[in-house]
Design a protein. Structure first.
Length: 226
């Protein structure tokens, strides 16, 4: 069964082609660094649950996703670069992504639970829960094998900045964050399926997030920032 991402769920290849940066603009102040940490933890639980056929882990992941409250954010816009897939880049509301993903995750949890009445009751309770105002925007993009995409995000000086990037299970993605002077703030030490970075924004409030597909096939990914 294919699980729709948000868990939700790209490069240090020498031959990659750089793509111009879509502008995310001002960071969404309603989504904070703690929310992104919750999403990362839920993604880890999701991976554990699928690998071990553990319905409780999947149920807990769904509840953690529902606990993240978001409001409407700004849409990311591509400002140039080459087309990397047959689909245009797209922005969806968090509520749509969560509803689709949570339904699939709980369906999978029910498969793992079998006829266990207690587990099935937990799944029903989780299905009935509502996400807390999850209307914020999620930027989704498909990046070609070996391609790189950049985003520019501005943070107020001295605020806690955070980004979260996620691709599908088994994907190979590299992420790096650089400040306006080109200094590296953080990055993935190796190819991974998902990555979160948190730092204190300095005087240089503009940061570039580079996402590279280190896989041999195109990958869809999700990008979030506070």
């Amino acid at each position: 069964m294919k699980i729709n991402k948000f868990s939700l769920g790209v490069c240090v290849l020498a031959m990659c082609t750089a793509i111009a940066a879509p502008q995310i603009g001002r960071a969404n102040q309603s989504l904070n660094a703690d929310h992104l940490q919750t999403i990362e933890t839920a993604r880890s639980l999701l991976g554990y649950g699928v690998e071990n056929r553990d319905p409780v882990a999947l149920i807990q992941a769904v509840r953690m996703f529902n606990s993240v409250g978001l409001v409407e954010g700004k849409q990311a816009k591509r400002v140039g670069g080459t087309v990397t897939s047959s689909e245009d880049s797209k922005t969806k509301t968090m509520s749509d992504v969560l509803a689709n993903s949570n339904h699939n995750l709980l369906h999978l949890a029910a498969e793992y639970a079998g006829d266990n009445p207690e587990l099935l009751a937990m799944i029903a309770d989780a299905e009935a829960e509502q996400s807390r105002g999850a209307g914020g925007l999620v930027y989704l993009e498909t990046v070609a094998a070996g391609a790189t995409q950049d985003f520019v995000v501005e943070f107020d000086p001295s605020e806690t900045a955070a980004i979260y990037v996620e691709s599908d299970f088994g994907s190979a993605m590299m992420v790096s964050v650089n400040d306006a002077s080109g200094n590296k703030v953080c990055g993935t030490p190796m190819a991974t399926e998902y990555f979160r970075c948190e730092w204190m924004a300095g005087d240089a409030g503009s940061y570039t997030v580079q996402i590279q597909n280190a896989d041999a096939k195109p990958q869809e990914y999700v990008f979030l920032t506070n």
